[in-house]
Design a protein around this ligand. Structure first.
Ligand SMILES: Cc1cc2ncn([C@H]3O[C@H](COP(=O)(O)O)[C@@H](O)[C@H]3O)c2cc1C
Ligand SMILES: O=C(O)c1cccnc1
Length: 347
């Protein structure tokens, strides 16, 4: 259960923004973001970000063996090793912006036997299974696996919060994962598949048409279970996506703001809101991905993305790129003088 952010703190933060030594609304959306952070933290002015943390939930997808991605599934495990080496796209951004990175193998089709025992144990501490079933042929997960995945994500959020996280970011790694993301958005927003299916890593025209038909078949298999968010997530999702759902759900329940990334992260946030309504006020949108499912998912959550840079990487990269904006917004609300302090009382 998520508690709503305080309306009183929001009003207080809005008053402070209006009283700053700037013309009205001159800080635009940065001003609004500062108000949002104050509201979510429950304090005016907001505290500087002390410990933003990214968790990358990695997993493979049965559909990836069926022509929905421009890349082979073996890339998932290879990229997990790249995160561990600090050499992925998001690794560079996270170093630049002081964001801690943790990568977890929730459902990668790899046993990582080559890794050092300690590294491997940490990586697989919350592993649910290897890959998942192709959702156009059978449910991706059993309901037991779904519960295990949700619980894994919730446990990870609690671990990160107990360790001091004051902003949580979820990252994704899993070849084929734009397929379940689009499927979830289509069902949860009630949109035709052709309006939400995208090229992901860059499938060609024929690949796109095939991806659409895979998603349509998977949704047709759902039948009358489309009204149950748990069934939707088990049938169309995956262990790594369900863990992400649990992660953002638990962050909201603990009143820790979540900065969302691209289409995968946002599809999971949408599923979290359907599973436990009231999470969405704790979410912020880092950026807008060109994947067509992203915008409707953000709109359905009532979120406006901070950045629109054409990024379509995933990994949490678009959210991490937006962290400096969050820091800027907080600094403005904390450090700018009040107009009333500038002038003598009788001016
Ligand atoms: C080298 C490489 C690094 C990535 N980092 C994130 N993704 C992203 O792209 C994939 C989703 O796109 P699709 O559904 O088309 O497979 C996921 O692995 C996602 O994390 C990557 C993909 C590749 C190839
Ligand atoms: O929107 C995203 O995050 C995204 C888009 C394409 C591929 N991987 C991730």
């Amino acid at each position: 259960m998520s508690v709503s952010p305080s309306a009183e703190v929001r009003a207080e933060a809005e008053s402070r923004l209006a009283a700053l030594a700037t013309p009205p609304r001159a800080l635009g959306r940065l001003g609004e973001l500062g108000v949002r952070m104050a509201t979510l933290q429950g304090v005016v002015p907001p505290r500087p970000l002390a410990d933003p943390r990214l968790v990358i939930f990695a997993g493979d997808h049965g559909v990836a063996a069926h022509g929905v991605s421009a890349y082979p599934p073996a890339i998932t495990g290879a990229m997990v090793r790249t995160f561990l080496a600090g050499r992925a796209g998001v690794s560079a951004l996270a170093r630049a912006h002081d964001v801690a990175v943790r990568v977890l193998d929730i459902g990668v089709d790899d046993d990582f036997a080559d890794l050092d025992d300690e590294v491997r144990a940490a990586l697989q501490a919350h592993k649910v299974r290897r890959s998942c079933a192709p959702s156009h042929l059978e449910d991706a997960l059993t309901l037991d696996e779904l519960e295990q995945s949700l619980a894994a994500g919730r446990a990870v959020a609690r671990e990160e919060i107990a360790a001091g996280a004051d902003l949580l970011i979820s990252g994704d790694m899993g070849i084929g994962n734009t397929t379940p993301a689009a499927a979830l958005v289509a069902v949860l927003c009630g949109l035709p598949v052709e309006t939400v299916v995208g090229r992901g890593t860059g499938v060609d025209e024929a690949g796109l048409a095939h991806k659409q038909s895979v998603i349509e078949t998977a949704i047709a298999r759902l039948g009358d279970r489309a009204d149950s968010p748990r069934d939707v997530l088990a049938a169309l999702g995956s262990a790594d996506l369900a863990a992400t759902v649990g992660f953002v759900q638990e962050a909201a329940a603990h009143r820790v703001p979540v900065l969302l990334d691209g289409v995968i992260s946002t599809a999971c946030a949408l599923a979290a809101e359907h599973l436990s309504p009231g999470c969405a006020p704790w979410f912020l949108a880092g950026h807008l991905s060109p994947e067509p499912a992203h915008l409707p998912a953000l709109k359905s959550l009532g979120l406006e993305p901070l950045l629109d840079l054409g990024m379509r990487l995933g990994e949490g990269s678009g959210a991490v790129a937006a962290v400096p904006l969050v820091r800027s917004a907080i600094a403005l609300l904390r450090e700018v003088a009040l107009l009333s302090d500038l002038l003598p009382p009788d001016a």
